[in-house]
Design a binder for this molecule. Structure first.
Ligand code: FE2
Ligand code: FE2
Length: 285
């Protein structure tokens, strides 16, 4: 069995310091095998904000945790047009990415992180053709039987916006990327950006609004530590993977210690083959 803590949208610079401390305490108590950080580590990509984010990550590593981190659109400098265009992720690369890998694999899980943030727009994400090709190349080297997981900041699916009928688009290249995900037999896609927790399989009623191959589970994380919460508590996902089973649990904080949401967790099992895919193992409590 493996446990992954999926934390996202920390937004240092627009964060709740007390919640950061509670997040650290929760992770130390849970002791996940891997911590995935799906982008927006800072609010405005300022050096001081990266330093705070780097300090937080370093404390986790000092506690013995494995980390896999990808950047978000807020980690690209907003008000420096030259930097945005020509070296959008330079500061992120120097302060956060250096010395850290975007690939993690052991006998039970194989995890690939791809940077969907770029400098051409303020908010939207994209995956290039080269990045999409790397999905097949990377997972070809995954141990047989391992759960395959892709991490981006921007979702690969469109999601409901704040207004009725409003849709927030998927990242550019999503259609091609989803095909690559399906071809590489990727089981879970983890993302953030939306600041709302959701789990989507096939064509679920909330969350993803496009039809997705039921072999692929789309897991969105809320914002772990930012005050930009969209009316929900700060949260992160605790993902337990055991063979072909997965349990997704949302842990929430209303300013105090994180705890598993009272409505319980969602468990799923997957079966192989053309008609297989993820199905709920137990109804949500
Ligand atoms: Fe964000
Ligand atoms: Fe974002």
């Amino acid at each position: 069995m493996r446990t992954i803590a999926h934390i996202s949208d920390l937004h240092f610079g627009a964060h709740e310091p007390a919640v950061v401390a509670h997040l650290h305490a929760a992770l130390v108590a849970i002791r996940p095998d891997l911590i995935v950080v799906s982008g927006d580590l800072t609010q405005r990509a300022h050096r001081s904000q990266f330093a705070e984010a780097a300090g937080f990550l370093a404390r986790l590593e000092a506690d013995g945790f494995m980390l896999l981190v990808v950047p978000g659109n807020h980690d690209v400098p907003m008000h420096k047009p030259m930097a945005r265009l020509f070296w959008p992720l330079r500061r992120y690369g120097r302060i956060i990415a250096r010395g850290r890998s975007c690939w993690y694999a052991d006998q039970e899980i194989a995890v690939l992180g791809l940077a969907s943030a770029h400098g051409l727009t303020v908010k939207d994400g994209r995956l290039t053709r080269i990045q999409i090709r790397s999905i097949a190349d990377s997972f070809a080297g995954a141990p047989a039987g391992a759960s395959r997981i892709l991490v981006t900041h921007h979702p690969l699916v469109s999601l409901p916006g704040d207004e009725p009928g409003e849709i927030e688009p998927a990242l550019r290249g999503a259609r091609r990327a989803l095909k690559a995900v399906e071809a590489a037999d990727v089981h879970l896609v983890l993302a953030g950006h939306h600041h709302l927790h959701s789990v989507g399989i096939g064509a679920p009623d909330r969350g993803p609004t496009v039809s997705i191959d039921p072999h692929v589970m789309i897991v969105q994380a809320g914002t772990a530590t930012s005050f930009r919460r969209r009316g929900t508590p700060n949260s992160f996902n605790l993902i337990r993977l055991d063979g072909t089973g997965a349990t997704i649990e949302e842990w929430i904080s209303n300013g105090g210690a994180f705890s598993s949401r009272e409505s319980g967790s969602s468990s799923y099992v997957r079966s192989a083959g053309g008609n297989g895919g993820w199905v709920a193992a137990t109804p949500s409590a």
